[in-house]
Design a protein around this ligand. Structure first.
Ligand code: G6P
Length: 610
């Protein structure tokens, strides 16, 4: 969602803040701003648009060695200059940047207005600046604490005050915030990406904590200002993994990192001897694992679609009923939580509020949840009873690729483990382990077809509307393919079960509406091919993503058919190899259309508001 960065030290703050914001832009990018405290007081610059627009328009004299910055993804109020953060009080004594939502903003605005305060923006965040400015506490920590006592909602917050020019006071409730420790300089950030070039020694704030940060150190408190005595830890991360390197975009880099990322997801987790998986983080013994009667998977966007692939794996390998549901809908239907159901929350960021709230709802009702999460120590990872970390490394592009692949692998491992305490034979377990071992090299083979897929993508990009179709294992693949395509190419892409085409959408098939069809070599191949005949008969262009040994028969005579072959693996693992070409199709369509691939319009990498 939005991104926060703060600096206090001996260097001019503005360039560090702007650079930090550039690294956070994937989180939100409709407006940006910075505030610095210098000898002549508080200065604020903010505007709608990208961080580079802000940087280009920064006044020459914008000195100050303490400052905060923000990149926004609008929720309350349009994306314009006034609604951009930082927000200040009328006297420009206080400036704040805020992530999250203040639930009682309307009531607070009303109260402030009645007291004669003029609110200038449409945002919920602005009230915080006024509340801090009006506090009569003696210290900035006290002022922030008093302001927070009036606030209901979620926040990651960083506050500057002209009367306390040596510090930033930060606070967290439900929106991530870390403190970075440098050499006589300190940082505040909503995401390590913002500060990783300066330091990897960080302290994670917990919900309900306030931090006071000066150039030489930091102190953490509870909201009542009793100390929480927190210390920083050295993270084991490679700062270069946050750079696109020689790639023109993060998405391309991350697609090509998939073979290595997949190896990391599997490393140390395959047990050849017993034909099973080792997932210590699940915190479940064999007896508890056996007692599971149902698996319910929850995620949003791509995580939801890969959850559908995961449900298929669990049913096939463990023969336990399993399904996936959009986490954003789950808690609103007062779900029945069953003690013998294993709930699985899937999230790259570990921050998606819809998924987090679903986890909290399940736990509140006494259910057991495990997380499939990429970001270590994130809110969802911490809220779960146990989990499987994805080890995909930092994923910056909004469109998920390597994290999604590793989610699939996480499900394969989970399904294997669930299967092997039930009826899956050791031979089948070993067959799947061998298949998983082959996957990284096979993903590489698909990626090697990039040039051919780029040509196909250019043709697809010309269509205003497309279908992605598949059946059973292939249907979530089609859904994910359509999601990627629409996210970054802005073309209307709709996923359908191939079997349902004749019940409606066939009416739309014509020469202008191409279909990307997922046709694996499986028990449904002939039926799939039959449906493709119906599309061909209506002149619909076809891209068929299939396996080498699938015989498309007469269809090959269809003038407008292109074929993409992916390598064969064990049939249960088909979905992930069939997904990779769809990433490349979406990517090259968007590239051809000249879109900003890493930062698609109206979207953000992690959605931390409902
Ligand atoms: C946003 C992104 C999607 C992503 C979803 C879930 O909506 O635009 O691309 O799939 O969040 O994100 P998560 O971090 O929970 O996997």
């Amino acid at each position: 969602m939005c991104g926060i960065v703060g600096y206090v030290g001996a260097q001019p703050a503005a360039p560090i803040l702007v650079e930090g914001l550039t690294r956070l832009e994937h989180r939100g990018y409709d407006s940006a701003g910075v505030a610095v405290l210098g000898p002549s007081g508080l200065k604020v610059a903010k505007r709608a648009g990208r961080v580079r627009d802000l940087a280009d328009g920064l006044p020459k004299r914008f000195g100050g060695k303490v400052g905060v910055g923000h990149t926004r993804w609008a929720t309350h109020g349009a994306a314009n200059d006034v609604n951009a953060h930082p927000h200040s009080d009328a006297s420009r004594t206080v400036s704040i940047v805020h992530n999250g939502i203040i639930d009682n903003a309307a009531a607070l605005r009303h109260r402030l207005t009645e007291d004669g305060v003029e609110l200038v923006s449409d945002t919920d965040s602005e009230v915080v600046a006024h509340l801090v400015a009006r506090s009569t506490a003696d210290t900035l920590e006290g002022k922030v604490s008093e302001a927070l006592a009036a606030i209901e909602g979620t926040y990651g917050l960083a506050v500057l005050h002209a009367d306390f020019p040596d510090r930033i006071v930060a606070a967290r409730n439900g929106s991530p915030l870390i403190i970075g420790v440098g050499d006589r300089e300190m940082f505040v950030a909503s995401d390590l990406a913002a500060i990783v070039r300066h330091t990897t020694t960080v302290a994670h704030l917990d919900d309900g904590e306030i931090a006071s940060v000066t150039a030489t150190g930091f102190t953490t408190y509870r909201q009542d200002l009793t100390s929480t005595a927190k210390s920083a830890v050295q993270l084991d991360v490679d700062p270069s993994s946050y750079d696109a390197g020689e790639h023109e975009s993060f998405m391309r880099k991350e697609m090509h990192e998939q073979p290595a990322a997949a190896e990391r997801a599997l490393r140390g987790r395959l047990d050849e001897r017993f034909g099973t998986a080792h997932l210590g983080g699940l915190n479940m013994d064999a007896r508890e694992t056996r007692a599971i009667r149902r698996v319910k998977i929850l995620g949003c966007g791509s995580a939801y679609y890969v959850g559908q692939m995961g449900a298929g794996l669990v049913e096939e390998l463990a023969r336990i009923p399993a399904d996936a549901e959009a986490a954003s809908e789950f808690r609103y239907r007062n779900p029945v939580i069953e003690p013998d159901t294993l709930y699985v929350a899937v999230s790259q960021s570990g921050e998606t509020i819809d998924t987090l709230l679903a986890v909290e709802e399940i736990r509140r009702k006494g259910g057991r949840v495990v997380g499939l999460v990429n970001v270590v120590g994130s809110a969802i990872a911490r809220a779960c009873d146990g989990g499987i970390y994805l080890h995909a490394g930092p994923e910056i592009a909004v469109a998920s690729t390597k994290a999604l692949t590793n989610m699939f692998l996480g499900f394969a491992l989970l399904a294997l483990q669930l299967g092997r305490v039930r009826d899956l034979s050791i031979a089948d377990g070993r067959r799947l382990i061998a298949g998983l071992d082959r996957l990284p090299a096979q993903i590489e083979e698909v990626l090697a077809q990039e040039d051919t897929l780029a040509v196909l993508a250019k043709r697809l990009a010309e269509a205003e509307s497309l279908f992605f179709v598949g059946r059973v294992r292939g249907f979530p693949v089609a859904r994910e393919g359509a999601q990627k395509f629409k996210e970054i190419s802005y073309r209307h892409a709709e996923a359908y079960q191939t079997s349902e085409l004749k019940h409606g959408p066939l009416a739309l098939i014509c020469e202008q509406v191409p279909t990307v069809a997922i046709v694996p070599a499986d028990e449904l191949t002939d039926r799939n091919v039959g449906a493709l005949h119906e599309i061909a008969a209506r002149g619909g262009p076809l891209v068929v993503v299939t396996h080498e040994d699938v015989d498309l028969g007469d269809l090959t005579a269809h003038a407008d058919l292109q074929r993409v072959d992916v390598p064969r693996n064990e049939r249960e693992l088909d979905p992930i190899l069939l997904t990779i070409p769809l990433q490349l199709l979406a990517y090259h369509a968007a590239l051809h259309l000249g879109h900003d691939i890493d930062k698609p319009r109206n979207l953000a990498k992690s959605v931390t508001v409902e």
